[in-house]
Design a protein around this ligand. Structure first.
Ligand code: IPM
Ligand code: MG
Length: 376
């Protein structure tokens, strides 16, 4: 029986709609070739929708999205609203609501793509970062206090504070901001185990686990203990413990030492931008937000690049590649491999590339070229 996948799409802001259009095009080409069906459901969510309705992503929208196994997302963020509104209101809300605890981010330099690392090539830069995606400093447990009267009235409802801050403290040096990070035993276990399982599945023999146990000891000694515990179940795989700051050095100096890297949320966020750069730039970096038993979401790791919106200039490869990760998740591995192969061919030929990769082609040309190769 021919499979028919219904996939909700949030194209989002900036270059989002353009890159998603190319992603859909390529996935459709793969579907025709491998004989399955894809039906898209376009969701309007993003900054424009927020400005019109005041809603980022409603509970109702989340429930609707939750009927499907995979969501395809473009990019979010727009200077018309303060930083964080749509990022937190849509991207993080989706990750958290669906408990997409695995953020899978391949760092793979394709043949034909330049890396800024001297003397390094595709055989040296080929690993995957498994970023924990639901805990750490991302849980939203933070506040600003002693902030001056207007804000204090908003933040703190208690009369005594109001009285105190009615004195003009707009420029108070007493202001405090804080965020708390948490790591739970189960949260650490499931992500580290996912990393080891992936290593086993791919025949790798090392998992590198990042932390900062030398300073944030309570949190990361705990994480480290869980890593050591999990590693015992995988005697054929070496556990390498690495401090997150040192990891940024090794990503640059010796990327070939990495196979599977598991990182807590915030460190994972940071090292994957670095990973993207050594693998050819943000235009090349795909990502998946995975709940193995639930609804997952696939998006490029780059932002919405508002200044390039509508210019047919953005590199769609990260989004197309994210589409391949999505097909892989859905079980269409042949189609997924075919797309990655077509991306590889396209960058190797260097004929149809966007300006970030040194070419002169447009977003649509790159999508057309990859789709044509996928079709074969
Ligand atoms: C990423 C982004 C997001 C994050 C932002 C946009 C919320 O930087 O996907 O890496 O911090 O996770
Ligand atoms: Mg990031």
């Amino acid at each position: 029986m021919e499979m028919d996948y219904t996939v909700p799409v949030i194209a989002g802001d900036g270059v989002g709609p353009e890159i998603i259009a190319e992603g859909k095009k390529v996935i459709e080409a793969a579907a025709r070739r491998e004989e399955f069906q894809v039906t898209w459901i376009d969701f309007p969510h993003g900054t424009e929708h927020y400005l019109k309705t005041g809603e980022t992503l409603s509970h109702q929208a989340l429930e609707e999205l939750g009927k499907y196994r995979a969501i395809y997302m473009g990019s979010l963020g727009d200077p018309r609203v303060p930083a964080g509104v749509v990022e937190m209101g849509i991207i993080l809300k989706t990750r958290f609501y669906f408990d997409q605890y695995v953020n899978l981010r391949p760092v793979k330099l394709l043949e034909g793509v330049d890396t800024p690392l001297k003397d390094k090539g595709p055989k040296d830069i080929d690993f995957v970062v498994i970023r924990e995606n639901t805990e750490d400093f991302y849980i939203g447990l933070g506040h600003r206090v002693k902030r001056g009267k207007n804000h204090v009235l908003l933040d703190l409802q208690r009369q005594e504070y109001r009285a105190r801050f009615d004195i003009d403290v707009e420029t108070s040096s007493e202001e405090i901001g804080f965020h708390l990070g948490i790591i739970s035993k189960e949260g650490a276990r499931r992500i580290i185990q996912y990393g080891f399982e992936l290593a086993r599945k791919k025949g790798k023999n090392k998992v590198t686990c990042l932390d900062k146990a030398n300073v944030l000891a309570s949190m990361y000694n705990f994480w480290r203990e869980v890593a050591e515990e999990v590693a015992q179940g995988y005697p054929e795989i070496q556990l390498e413990i690495m401090l997150a700051d040192a990891a940024t050095m090794w990503f640059v100096k010796n990327p070939e030492r990495f196979q599977v890297v598991v990182a807590p949320n915030l460190f994972g966020d940071i090292v994957t931008d670095l990973g993207a750069m050594i693998a050819g730039g943000l235009g090349m970096a795909p990502g998946g937000n995975i709940n193995p038993e639930g609804t997952s979401m696939f998006e490029p790791i780059h932002g919405s690049a508002p200044k390039y919106a509508g210019q047919n200039r953005a590199n769609p490869i990260a989004t197309i590649w994210s589409g391949a990760l999505m097909l892989d998740f859905l079980g269409e591995t042949k189609a997924a491999d075919r797309i990655v192969w077509a991306i590889e061919q396209t960058v190797m030929e260097k004929k149809v590339l966007t300006p970030d990769l040194g070419g002169t082609a447009g977003t649509r040309d790159v999508g057309d070229e990859i789709a044509r190769k996928v079709a074969g």
